[in-house]
Design a protein around this ligand. Structure first.
Ligand SMILES: Nc1ncnc2c1ncn2[C@@H]1O[C@H](COP(=O)(O)OP(=O)(O)OP(=O)(O)O)[C@@H](O)[C@H]1O
Length: 681
């Protein structure tokens, strides 16, 4: 079998063609084979003009009875083709002299296109044309139409693919017993069928990717992904990590001082984490929990586990606001236990930074909290046992690896406040263990969501006044203006000015992305202390801000925001016992997608359900964030439609890795080819 696919195995020598192929993601012969048609043209079957179905691409034939170049309403070639009593009008708005020749009166022409009812009767615009001579026969297979790029015609792509198919060994990577059990056809037959389907295959099954041949390709792709992720998962067991055992004394002390007990879900995930930490190989666990489900206390208890075992822990967050909030909360929790926490962020003054670095290096600080400043070169730990990464999807694989390199393969806990749909975590996150906090702390009153037109802004301002006079606090979130940060800042400043004036008796604060970290922190601290009643904010408050007394949120131009972002923002309220309201202000007219998004957020409060619908509306890219660059992407399988195949691929991958590793390797190397270095991540 040919597994040594390299860029040189393409049946091409021209640098220009190689470049065009590269644009299509084709770098080796196997990529050509996997370059599957978008759709097909059916030239196997002639329809009588009178009976051809409307709105479908059909092949018809007739004799040219007339042609002219007309100039009204614009220059165009207008022809008539007759078959018996039926007449078809044919028009070309752009045409070459050669096309005029093809339509010489008396010629028999075969036309491929869609018939519509035009002004003069049946008409075809811009059909594909062939002049019929005695030897012209019908095609034997459907004609594939490939995704292509400028300078690469369909016939030349077809030729290249045919040549790759002719010279490649397409033997099966999977044993026939496996295929039989899964009811899947052979690989060779499947790709050949998809490139050259016989005329009796229903086109819908092909274009909708439901044909067994498609199932086979999707399965192979999913299997390659599973094998890649699970190989990485298993490879971790060969590395050694500190065995962290802890009698749990510190954890008990911390819990004793808290006003609440852990929920069942928090306890369960904590057990999962503690068991991992006591293993001799590094943990890589993803902790998922909906907004407000209480991940921070779990992170703190995991850190205490490492600390009690004699090691240090680090907690890294993507923004300084979030990191600082963690720092304040965890310092307050850990100080009574006599545990020192260091703070590392980009905004620290040099002398302060070097003091903090010393505390981390000497081991005086048992926990270090910060932004990406934590994995910069100067940072050394005395003995790092656990690295916790909050909002993991905002960090790339490299940043995570850099933090990991700070210790002798420390354990890693990754936290995500954006719930990840099950199929996504089964596929793109299959190299991790996953824990889910699927229960909210008791006593929360569900958030009431209201959709309100921008025209009723004044009423909303009154509502803010009332709430704040009752002693509650509120957020006012300014619209996201992606095109211009300056404009976004201006909007926030204007909104702040207007609201300060309208609500003169309230203290109105402002926080936005352009402020210095220390300024932001001061505003957040004042809001937390209820010295600010209404906080005007850009979306910098999206993740993690925790002010339980805030019970009203107004989001302007909610129609511009993504679902997960709205859910995150809305989760900033409803964190205490008081009933909370989130008002989504929208501006009309709303696009269909904006309507769909607002409907989902209005109807659902469960983050996992919202995530599932977000996956449906926007595809997986939005969830993967930085992870996308490190994971082999799926081209054929659809995580929504192909759940069964995904489950089958997952089970097959485990079985092959256990029982037939050489089959697993062969399959992987065929699919990943030059990308196999991904496995080293
Ligand atoms: N078991 C519990 N019982 C009552 N309150 C809890 C419990 N666990 C956490 N809390 C409180 O719930 C609030 C939310 O917790 P936390 O900030 O950890 O949420 P989170 O999961 O990080 O959510 P987000 O991603 O929205 O920040 C905090 O005020 C926290 O103190």
């Amino acid at each position: 079998m040919n597994t040594s696919s390299t860029p040189t195995d393409l049946p091409v020598t021209s640098a220009a063609v190689l470049q065009r192929l590269a644009k299509l993601g084709i770098h080796r012969r196997f990529d050509l084979i996997l370059h599957l048609p978008l759709r097909y043209e059916d030239e196997t079957h002639l329809y009588p003009i009178a009976d051809a179905p409307l709105g479908e691409t059909v092949l018809v034939e007739g004799e040219v009875t007339h042609h002219e170049i007309s100039y009204r309403p614009r220059r165009q070639l207008v022809c008539q083709v007759r078959e018996g009593e039926s007449v078809l009008h044919v028009r070309f708005l752009n045409f070459y002299p050669s096309q005029v020749k093809q339509f010489a009166v008396g010629n028999r022409v075969r036309l491929l296109g869609e018939i519509r009812h035009g002004f003069f009767g049946a008409e075809m615009v811009h059909p594909k044309v062939r002049v019929v001579t005695d030897g012209t026969s019908l095609a034997e297979a459907l004609t594939p139409v490939y995704p292509t790029t400028a300078g690469l015609t369909q016939p030349s792509l077809r030729k290249l693919i045919a040549s790759a198919m002719g010279t490649s060994e397409l033997s099966d990577t999977l044993p026939s017993a496996t295929l039989d059990a899964l009811n899947l056809p052979a690989f060779d037959g499947s790709v050949r069928l998809l490139h050259n389907p016989p005329p009796d295959v229903p086109q819908r099954a092909l274009t909708e990717r439901e044909h067994p041949a498609w199932q086979r390709l999707k399965f192979d792709e999913l299997l390659a992904q599973q094998l890649s992720m699970r190989t990485a998962y298993r490879a971790r067991r060969d590395k050694s990590a500190p065995v962290l055992t802890s009698p749990g004394t510190l954890a008990r002390q911390l819990l004793a001082g808290l006003p609440f007990g852990l929920t069942g879900a928090q306890q369960r995930v904590l057990t999962e984490i503690s068991q991992d930490l006591a293993r001799p190989y590094p943990m890589q666990r993803l902790l998922q929990g909906d907004v407000g489900s209480g991940k921070t206390i779990v992170a703190a208890l995991a850190a205490l586990h490492a600390i009690e075992a004699g090691y240090q822990a680090a907690l890294m967050a993507p923004t300084e606001i979030l990191a600082e909030q963690h720092f304040l909360k965890l310092s307050a929790w850990l100080a009574p236990l006599g545990i020192e926490v260091a703070w590392l962020a980009g905004s620290l003054r040099k002398s302060e930074k070097s003091k903090q670095l010393d505390r981390v290096a000497s081991g005086e600080a048992k926990l270090a909290i910060g932004t990406h400043a934590l994995f910069q070169e100067q940072v050394t730990f005395e003995q790092l046992g656990l690295a916790i990464v909050d909002e993991q999807h905002r960090f790339g694989v490299h940043q995570r690896l850099a933090l990991r390199a700070k210790g002798h393969s420390p354990h890693q806990l990754m936290m995500s406040a954006t719930p990840i749909p099950r199929t996504l975590s089964m596929s793109y996150y299959a190299d991790l263990d996953v824990s889910v906090i699927d229960e909210l702390p008791p006593g929360r009153t569900p958030i009431v969501t209201k959709l309100v037109s921008e025209a009723r802004r004044d009423e909303i301002i009154e509502r803010v006044r009332m709430k704040c006079q009752e002693g509650r606090q509120a957020y006012w979130v300014c619209p996201l203006i992606e095109e211009s940060e300056a404009l976004q800042l201006q909007t926030a400043l204007d909104t702040h000015a207007v609201l300060s004036e309208s609500l003169a008796e309230l203290k109105v604060g402002l926080v936005h992305g352009r402020m210095k970290a220390a300024e932001k922190a001061a505003v957040m601290a004042a809001f937390k202390a209820n010295e600010i009643h209404l906080l005007v904010a850009t979306t910098v408050i999206e993740v993690g801000v925790d002010v339980p007394n805030a019970s009203l949120m107004v989001i302007e131009h909610a129609e511009r925001m993504g679902l997960s972002q709205l859910h995150q923002l809305r989760g900033r309220v409803g964190r205490g016992a008081a009933e909370s309201t989130c008002i989504l202000l929208y501006t009309t007219p709303l696009s269909d997608t904006a309507k769909a998004r607002l409907k989902v957020i209005y109807e659902n409060t469960d983050g996992f359900e919202i995530a599932r619908q977000d996956l449906h509306l926007r595809g997986p890219g939005e969830f993967l964030g930085a992870r996308q660059s490190g994971a082999p992407m799926l081209r054929f399988a659809d995580l929504e439609k192909d759940v069964e195949l995904l489950e089958a691929a997952q089970a097959t991958a485990e079985r092959l890795l256990d029982q037939a590793p050489s089959v697993a390797t062969a399959h992987l190397s065929r699919w990943l080819g030059s990308k196999t270095d991904l496995l080293k991540v």
